[in-house]
Design a protein around this ligand. Sequence first.
Ligand code: M6R
Length: 608
Amino acid sequence: MCGIFGIVAKEGNIAQKLLIIARRLQYRGYDSLGLATYLNGKIDLRKDMGTVESVVESLKLDKMKGNIGIGQLRWSTFGRPSTLNAQPHFDCDKDMVGAHNGNIVSFYQSKENLEKYGHTIISQNDGEICVHAVEEHYDTEKDMVKGIIGGIKEMEGSFAFVCFHKDTPEKIYAVKMGSSLVVGIGEDEHYVASDLPSILPLTNKYVPLNDGEIIELTADSYRIFSAKDGKEIVREPRVTDLSAEDAVKGEYDYFLTKEIHEQVEATEQLAFGLESDILDDLVDKLAEAEMAFLVGCGSSLNACNVGSYYLNNLAGVMSIPVIGGRFFEEFKNYKPSKNTVILCVSQSGETKDIINTINFAKPEGYHILGMINVPGSTVERMSEAYAYIGAGIERSVPATKTYTNQVVLFLILAARIGYKKGIISDKEFVSLKEEIHNLPKLVEKTIKDCNQKAKQLAMELSEIDAMSLLGYGVTHGVALEGALKIREINYISAEAMYSSEFKHGPLSIVEDGYPVIYVVAPKDKYYVTSHLSEVECRDGRPIVIGEHIKGLDKHVKPGDYFEIPKSSQLISPILAVIPLQLLALYMSIERGIDPDYPRNLSKTLTVD
Ligand code: M6R
């Protein structure tokens, strides 16, 4: 998804620093890059399609002069990738330049209106609409904040916008209207960017912004204004302990490989919080809930699927996983009771489908809770209580360590709630705690034990274009997650379902050698043996992921049993996703695909 950014500094050239931010926003997915800087009465705007490095090289972006500038990485939605549609854009007089992130859904209507007012719009890109809309009002108001307030009334959509004007060459402005945006505070300089990790090499001091806020940055000040009435808002900066180092590949070829390995540290980080009072609020609110909707998208939704098993079975909290984009349509006529909660699970905390759910549900009386990874995110700020999953920065588009930590946090919450309610005995709680503390070691062992086997299987499956993954009970979410990983970075069909469902139609796909992966938790041998035999007897290729289960191994070829370390019904699904992540990674490398940047995808999806 597009990323916008800007810097205003007291002196010196900021091009190199703009490029630091641009490089760190690449993970969001993009097809074009542009920068605009200001020096001695002139705006220098350079932009083109291509990778950051190719555009830097061809347009000499690193040599641009000026101590104020903005930039944008574009992921096309309105207008195909082209130099003209790349951002930033000029206004009619070329005295203002701006770029946006998100979508202006009123594109055609707003364009028509602006053209009627006399504006010339030269691209097919909705970012240009933002620039002209602000120009329209600035030209009468001669005040950038008022210009932005007027400009946003010309448009409908969900976006963030950054700009500067020749009339105020020591300031940059930005507005947050549904897409993420954060202010960074440096020494004698200020930054604005679509996310916090992108500015971490420059500062760890930041100011989170809410929707409907405009910021004005100079080298030594930041001011926040309401986009409704222009009133000034006072907000103190915060300091994050996220580290810039988390976001470099180090010894690994891909972020994905690194992040799979980082699951050892990530789970360790979380296990420490097991008894921490940081979770008290969330535990109390969930414990009181009559019903909990667990709302997420993609991998976060798959984590909700495993999480609902934990909450239903351990905590006595009636829990239903719901697709982020579906909540409103499904429950628009449902009146929540006083204690119905929605737990929003989102790594980024910015996913539009989740924000839409909150915007609909909050006024209806639902209690909004959050499970997030990025501090200061929109979900955090809209939640009554929230917890961080503590996975550190995740750069690769495919979620790995954040998915795992979401699942682990679900288990921790369920254990604490179950214990608090007396559903889990002292003995059971102590034993669960021990298991969670031991988890990082098991994660490490699983990676070590399964790595080579995953490589081998990836080679054997390098020609296939379809496969199925089945889970039962607690492993259903794991099969869904494995299939998502395989599909996302291999561009093949990998369908996951509840294993009892396979015989109700999909079984007809099975022919000689057709791969079907079974993710098995230790207590589910009875049903899984039956489901697996349906494939075995039709000459399909059953592959098992799970701890050693006596008898089950007889149904698969020797190399096709991914044995994970012995644990328990609740821990084993956390480990079982690892061989699937490794398999997806190695299959992707076999196919010559860069697993960190799968085509058409973006890390943070801030559009409908
Ligand atoms: O930031 P979120 O957790 O809300 O993102 C939701 C999905 O877009 C995300 O989990 C996506 O499915 C993964 N990148 C897939 O690996």
